[in-house]
Design a protein around this ligand. Structure first.
Ligand SMILES: Nc1ncnc2c1ncn2[C@@H]1O[C@H](COP(=O)(O)OP(=O)(O)O)[C@@H](O)[C@H]1O
Ligand SMILES: [Mg+2]
Ligand SMILES: [Zn+2]
Length: 327
């Protein structure tokens, strides 16, 4: 998992615990001033514990007995406290910590394992950071329609757009299921615009985010803008997406080829692809360019990677945007 995100979550849990401790302290003071007897009981409680610890230390053979006795005493005192609270108009659990998650008592962990509330928070943060929070409510596999892809066999490709999309979907699902182990690190979606490349990338993003992976979605223009701003500004300027560009489990780079083919962009693109590859981090790149155009527009060290290390999926058929308008 991304280190920054793990730190952020730990800080949130620390803050929760801090808030709870502070809240109890404040309530305790309030109760003490209204019901001085409760302060006495609390003192009695800590004295008894101390006394029993000492006794058990000196007479270890009787420690079981002591524990039973101590529990009895503590229970009695606690009952008395509750009665006093209620008699004075406080709720019985007024001095109990109010955890948001009682399973892990807001620590995030149960016996060293991440609690369900930790995992839920992780998914939430990843959604926020992915750039896709809202769009994924509608753009996901649940709303994926195969009907937009025609059944008619395309003579040039020997299969129908629908058959092609079914094949792609099958591979995409296998990729998601095996996201941890698959060694097909990268996908290249290419084909004319309006064929569902972006839509399918969103579907994949949602599926992986829901499983707790860190996904970042950027168009090529966004990517180079972020990198340029980062380079121009002082070092203390940090766009947290910079780290995710290199560290996220999946980087979706959409609309490659719409950026200016400047030396800076080419250098940075190579950097991103290369660094991620060295770390075994996956990428999905989408482009409206043909493979020939990729070869002619990009330097060899980039196109050799895009063609050699990316599994290529060709999208063909009719523009879905136009079809949607007809329906
Ligand atoms: N499988 C699909 N099911 C439903 N709507 C889709 C599907 N694929 C694409 N669309 C819709 O069709 C339009 C074009 O798709 P898009 O993914 O933007 O194409 P591309 O990225 O290939 O240009 C968008 O409005 C998108 O929401
Ligand atoms: Mg697109
Ligand atoms: Zn929890």
């Amino acid at each position: 998992m991304n280190r920054e995100i793990a730190l952020q979550i730990m800080r949130e849990y620390e803050k929760k615990q801090d808030d709870i401790a502070r809240d109890i302290k404040r309530k305790t003071q309030e109760v003490y001033s209204k019901i001085p007897l409760i302060e006495k009981i609390d003192r009695e409680l800590s004295r008894s514990s101390l006394y029993f610890i000492k006794s058990a230390f000196h007479n270890p053979e009787r420690s079981k007995e002591y524990v039973i006795e101590l529990k009895k005493k503590i229970n009695q005192l606690k009952q008395k406290k509750i009665q006093l609270l209620i008699a004075n108009g406080f709720p019985a659990d007024y001095l109990q910590p109010k955890y948001q998650c009682s399973d892990c008592r807001d620590t995030g962990f149960i016996q060293g394992k991440k609690c369900h509330c930790y995992k839920r928070r992780l998914v939430e943060i990843c959604y926020e950071k992915s750039n896709l929070k809202d769009v994924l409510k509608t753009h996901n596999f649940e709303n994926f329609k195969l009907d937009y892809y025609s059944d008619t066999v395309d003579p040039e490709h020997g299969i129908s757009p629908r058959q092609n999309m079914e094949d792609i979907l099958q591979k995409v699902h296998r990729y998601i299921e095996n996201f941890d182990k698959s060694d097909d690190y990268n996908f290249l979606f290419y084909g004319k615009s309006g064929l569902g490349k972006t839509f399918l990338s969103y579907c994949i993003a949602k599926e992986l985010l829901d499983r707790g992976y860190v996904v970042l979605y950027l168009t090529a223009t966004d990517l180079f803008d972020i990198l340029r701003t980062y380079k121009i500004n002082d070092d203390d300027y940090t766009d947290e997406r910079i780290q995710l560009i290199f560290d996220s489990d999946l980087l979706i780079l959409d609309d490659l080829g719409t950026e200016p083919f400047t030396g800076f962009n080419m250098q940075e693109l190579f950097n991103v692809i290369n660094k991620r590859q060295l770390q075994g981090k996956k990428m999905i790149v989408s482009t409206n360019l043909t493979l020939d155009e990729i070869v002619s527009f990009y330097p060899e060290r980039i196109y050799s990677r895009l063609l050699g290390n990316f599994k290529q999926f060709y999208f063909f058929g009719e523009d879905i945007r136009l079809k949607k308008r007809d329906i």
